[in-house]
Design a protein around this ligand. Structure first.
Ligand code: ADP
Ligand code: ASP
Ligand code: MG
Length: 818
């Protein structure tokens, strides 16, 4: 005897119904078969919806009409494909069933409530109708059929909606039915009866469990679960496209996979099969030739001993913590008994120290009930401050990794946790099954997909350990050079286990995207020239949601305020940000703080090392130094590569206009050198530094002593500007000559003085000043601090130019990964 179960997906329409009936008949050629049927796909949900609407007194006539229509279309289509199918008879039966159903709904409508016993009666209608339809298909093909009534024969205990079957009594009841050997046996899944002979159901997805029970009752040699996937995969194949099909699983592994969320099997299905050593085969109704997945005593699947990753979402965690010397052990046992008394399932428990605190997870649906139950139970302890107030953490999920002996595999263990930390997934709690078959990690709901994908990649795909998806915005000098550097380094990085996938390249107007495979950097320019997709920053947010990116990074190489204004939102949506763009850090202080708190809350990184001194390691060093207790006394620096070059040339007696022209030709300046000479860019860099050391300043607080007189304000053309600059040539020439006599020269410096005020200005520096030597585009930053005094900490090197800036951006990207 073989037991076959067909799920909703296998009965979704006439074609699927007939396909399932063919599988049944083919199996019957070799041996007797018993068949368990679920409701056609979505019907149970539909019925539950109608119940909710009736309770709310909403009109349900349309919905009843809709559901009836689904069935009448189903049977008409079956009739079209199989003329022998008794269309009229089945239509009448179904009409009658719906009349009864309508009466029940009217009652609910009047009472504005639906007790669980009535709810159970309604939500199994789909199963009952499936059996009627299948019976008539089989009979129309000249088969004889015995129908087992599950309400009468499967004895269940527990609530009306989530009962458990008593195998022994049910077996003896079923044995007493006289079933001829030449009959095909049919039974509706999901349904059983309680001691009072009332109908109960077995919990959502419960037909799998019905099939397992029937397999035991009829001493079946195998239980086949026919569904819409080829078997059990390493992850839900609907979410993780490259999930691998497993050939075999042990009973224990299957129990844990289903318990922790693989809804391909109802969690109660495997235990009875395991007890009676009946193998279970998962097969695809649409692809019967696929071997499927076998669940039996010992799985010899050599793919890996780690079998799968599952998740349960909509979880909340309760944290109970004591204040003082209070006996927590008794608290723990009281929590367990009170929860079990109230029939609330604890899904996962972690106890920090038996003496101190206990955290446990339950389904979101029981949050209020649990809170009230605990509040009542521990009323006195809470009142007398023996326990801290009960803490609830919402929006969580449990991610579980399942496989025999997983907890003893140190390497996998290490990789999983390191990977999660690398992609900044916060772990709220960890639990490990004593059976050594699973590890469960509690994380935020929003991290399920990226966490699953990341762990799946390293455990099953041997993918590069350090990976990120890059979206580059801005393909001017820096962006372009960055892409060249990325392309040249790709192989080198891969050899170090680093994979940077370039998923998007955008300018202000359009974007080239390839999230699936990454953009080929050998010919990105050609592909970019033909792309027509407009670039909208908000599209990136929805893209990240729908593609479950693991570690997405936006790289902003523009100087666009509009993009900088979106950082907080992007961080909240799960992106890391690397920016050479200074606009965000020099926007108002409120936004500056917003960005940081968004990064903190979403556990993402915002790095901007190139905001000051291009590739020079300034911001990060400064941060660490101040963490280590240093304090800035004052600061002086040459922060502009172009002005370093121009003032260096003045010293060689080259005229200001000529020096500026040369700087422009060498690519040291902005397209219009007026932007450099205005001092605003230096002021921005100074503001970034000042805020980094904790000063609460706005851009307007940075005093700019202008190089240029006001009349230059109106010149927008770059050539006109250089011509006009000739007016200043003589003044600068004379000034340089004059101070040179005293061993001094001119430098354009940014200063943070002892009182915390900031200015940028032309300064006369002597030979002892560390800035005296700085020219030819070099930057230098001299920090006079508590630790570096009287000799300052000086960081110097090329502080401008696309190559060093792109390299600085590149190392920020790597800093996010490594
Ligand atoms: P049925 O209607 O046949 O009972 P279900 O929808 O209940 O089908 O179960 C099949 C679904 O289970 C698959 O379509 C798949 O999306 C989901 N699933 C979740 N985890 C897994 C997994 N690890 N392997 C296979 N399928 C899974
Ligand atoms: N039809 C029920 C449900 O949708 C039972 C099942 O499909 O197994 O939950
Ligand atoms: Mg199912």
């Amino acid at each position: 005897m073989k037991i076959l179960k067909f799920g909703g997906t296998s009965l979704a329409n006439a074609t699927m119904f007939l396909r399932s009936s063919q599988i049944i008949q083919k199996s019957f050629e070799n041996e007797q078969v018993a068949v368990v049927l679920s409701a056609p796909e979505k019907i149970t949900n539909f019925l539950i919806n109608i119940i909710e609407n009736s309770i709310k007194k909403k009109s349900i006539s349309c919905e009843i009409y809709e559901i009836k229509k689904i069935f009448s279309e189903l049977i008409s289509n079956i009739h079209q494909k199989n003329n022998n199918f008794p269309h009229k008879l089945v239509t009448e039966i179904i009409e009658n069933k719906f009349l009864k159903l309508k009466r029940i709904f009217n009652g609910i409508n009047l009472l504005e409530q639906c007790p669980d016993n009535i709810r159970a009666k309604i939500i199994c209608y789909g199963e009952l109708l499936s059996v009627i339809i299948m019976e008539n298909i089989l009979k129309s093909n000249s088969h004889e059929v015995t129908i087992i009534n599950p309400k009468k024969n499967l004895l269940a205990t527990g609530g009306y909606l989530d009962s458990t079957i008593d195998i022994y009594i049910s077996t003896s009841r079923i044995h007493s039915i006289n079933i001829p050997k030449n009959h095909i046996i049919l039974m509706a899944g999901f349904i059983a009866g309680n001691k009072k002979n009332e109908l109960v159901v077995l919990g959502r997805n419960g037909s799998d469990y019905s099939a397992a029970i029937l397999s035991v009752c009829l001493k079946g040699k195998i239980c086949e679960i026919w569904t819409d996937v080829d078997g059990i995969y390493t992850c839900d194949p609907k979410y993780i496209k490259d999930a691998k099909l497993l050939k075999a699983l042990s009973y224990q592994e299957a129990i844990e996979l289903s318990y922790f969320g693989a809804n391909v099997l109802h969690p109660k299905t495997i235990a009875p099969l395991s007890e009676f050593k009946i193998p279970c085969l998962i097969k695809n109704t649409k692809n019967p030739s696929s071997h499927g997945t076998i669940i039996h005593k010992n799985s010899n699947d050599t793919v890996t001993s780690i079998k799968g990753i599952t998740h349960l979402n909509n979880i909340i965690m309760f944290c109970i913590e004591k204040y003082k010397e209070n006996n927590m052990i008794s608290i723990t046992s009281r929590i367990f008994s009170i929860m079990s008394l109230n029939k609330i399932e604890i899904i996962l428990v972690t106890q920090c120290s038996p003496e101190f605190s206990i955290n446990f997870c339950i389904s979101k649906n029981y949050m209020e009930k649990t809170f009230n139950v605990l509040k009542n139970e521990f009323h006195l302890e809470l009142k007398n401050k023996l326990l801290r107030p009960i803490k609830i953490i919402k929006n969580l999920a449990i991610l579980s990794i399942i496989g025999s002996g997983i907890t003893t595999q140190k390497n996998s263990f290490h990789k999983i946790f390191l990977k999660l930390s690398k992609i900044y997934i916060k772990i709220f709690s960890i639990s490990q099954e004593l059976s050594k078959n699973s590890i469960s990690i509690v994380i935020h709901n929003n991290h399920i997909l990226s966490g699953t994908k990341a762990i799946h990649d390293i455990l099953f795909k041997n993918r590069n350990f350090y990976s990120a998806e890059l979206f580059l915005i801005g393909i001017g000098g820096v962006g372009n050079t960055l892409l060249n550097q990325l392309q040249k380094q790709q192989y080198q990085l891969k050899s170090k286990n680093i994979n940077l996938k370039i998923c998007g390249i955008a300018n202000s107007k359009k974007i080239l995207k390839n999230v699936e495979n990454g953009i080929n950097l050998n010919n990105w320019k050609e592909s970019f020239s033909i792309t027509e997709e407009p670039f909208k920053i908000n599209d990136l947010i929805s893209l990240s949601k729908h593609n479950n990116l693991i570690n997405p990074i936006i790289v902003d190489c523009t100087s666009d305020q509009k993009i900088a204004d979106q950082y907080a939102k992007l961080l909240t949506s799960g992106f890391n940000i690397v920016a050479s763009n200074k606009k965000a850090n020099t926007s108002n202080m409120q936004y500056y703080k917003n960005i940081r708190s968004s990064a903190l809350h979403s556990n993402k990184k915002f790095l901007y090392e190139t905001n000051v001194g291009a590739g020079l390691p300034i911001i990060e060093n400064l941060k660490h130094l101040f963490y280590a207790g240093d304090k800035l006394i004052h600061f002086r620096g040459i922060l502009s590569g172009s002005l370093s070059f121009i003032f260096g040339k003045l010293e060689e007696n080259i005229l200001l206009s000529e020096a500026t022209k040369q700087a422009r030709e060498l690519g040291f300046t902005e397209p219009n050198p007026k932007d450099d000479l205005s001092g605003i860019d230096v002021a921005r860099k100074l503001l970034v530094l000042a805020r980094e050391i904790g000063l609460n300043l706005e851009l307007k607080d940075i005093k700019i002593n202008p190089i240029l007189p006001e009349k230059f304000n109106h010149i927008s053309n770059s050539n006109d500007f250089i011509t006009q600059l000739q007016d200043l040539d003589q003044v600068f020439y004379d000034r340089i000559k004059k101070i040179a006599k005293n061993g001094k020269t001119l430098r354009f410096v940014g200063i943070i003085n002892k009182q915390g005020s900031c200015e940028v200005k032309i300064d006369e520096v002597n030979k002892q000043d560390p800035l005296y030597e700085i020219k030819n585009g070099e930057n230098a930053l001299a920090f006079y601090s508590k630790y570096y005094n009287p000799i300052p900490l000086v960081l110097r090197g090329y502080g401008a130019g696309k190559v060093v800036t792109a390299a600085g951006v590149f190392s920020d990207i790597l800093r996010i990964l490594l």
